[in-house]
Design a protein around this ligand. Sequence first.
Ligand SMILES: *Cc1c(COP(=O)(O)O)cnc(C)c1O
Length: 458
Amino acid sequence: MKQMNEEILRKIPAINSLLNEEEIKKLIEVYPKKLVLYFLREEIDRIREEMIAGKRDGIDKKEILENVKKKTLPSLKRVINGVGIILHTGLGRAPYCKNIKESLSELLEGFCNLEINEENGRRGSRMRHIEKLLIALTGAEAGLVCNNNAAATYLILKALAEGKEVIISRGELIEIGGSFRLPDVMRAAGVILREVGTTNRTHLRDYEEAINENTALILKVHKSNYQIVGFTKEVPIEELAKLGEKYKIPVVDDLGSGAFIDFSQYGLPKEPVVKESIEKGASLVCFSGDKLLGGPQAGIIVGKKEYIKKLASHPIMRILRIDKTRLAILENTLRLFFDEERLLKEHEVIKMILKKEEEIKKMAKKVYNALKDKKEKYQLGIISGESEIGGGSLPGVKLKTYLLKIKDKNVETLARRLREGKIPIYGRIEKDSLLLDFRTIREEEIKLLIKGLKEVLN
Ligand SMILES: *Cc1c(COP(=O)(O)O)cnc(C)c1O
């Protein structure tokens, strides 16, 4: 046994010889040598263990070099989203607006005035960079931002209702992706869940009957990733707001996707608009920064000053706060909403939602034409289909689109090679074809996409 191990170990190339390989030399020119060495050792250790365990006998130097390269290149990278889901959490949710890069470049160098009161030079609040904008856009008295909307919900429950009862309709006890289940969040925040109504129907009297001296909050949650159809009833926010006023209980509207514009003006179904919820009397409204708003990951809360104050001064807020980069991206995203013309040109999410079918078809054709020589081998074709908005925004809405169809017997392998390519490309698999949806592919990415496809489709 010992002898066999020694024999195996002798087969493994020495680190020094690998360092002389052209691929490794190239990596070291760009990335720290220590990092390359770390991954080289990791690869060799792995192979040695596999050999000793009898899981392999030969050594493939090419495999080592390829793996080291894969590990050394930056891990978080831009990808082309041909999946056809605009707000795809796996692909980073909302793509940033066009104006962000330029407005951030200066901030990324050196220090900034994150928490300074410029008038007196003392410590200030980081919220002031965005609060005025939120107030102007939503009509609320005050606003703040924290890590994400899950955090916003938690903060609200913890700061306003810990140890007390929170009333919520049985039809709104949601679970959204990534293990966010409302009852669990409530438990974690230490509030007592008081479910009312039934799955399909909840009446105002159900809420009213549940109110007692221990009630701290009424919570309404937007059904973002499901629909209840048929014999249904939910209580609109304006009625809940009136009820809350009568009993002096805050009413919170968790809108999830948080639309700042009314999408029904473009022929889409109505998604609740933050401003309207405030107008209808919600004490607080919370929503994500990286869904329909098209900003960074964030949880935004707007509403009555007395409650925002309580949230801002709660110790949990310190744990949930966001950093300067995200604040800057949020500030610049919010600013776009004051200029409708620019908004429609620079807001990537809104642009993708409103993208015209002809435009999508044109893009698909461009790529199809550029790949003419692959037409037969991959039975390329342009087909019509549907895209989704995703992220629990405008649930159930299907947007007409065009897709490039790439047929391959080993479609799973093709999809993986495209994901792992120099220009990572993501599509969706349907039977034996990979589909690339041109609603979520940006005009600026067409050239890259063609290049990436040419490299992999050979
Ligand atoms: C998406 C969503 C959340 C969670 O928001 P994150 O920003 O992902 O934490 C909470 N509530 C509703 C209704 C949502 O749609």
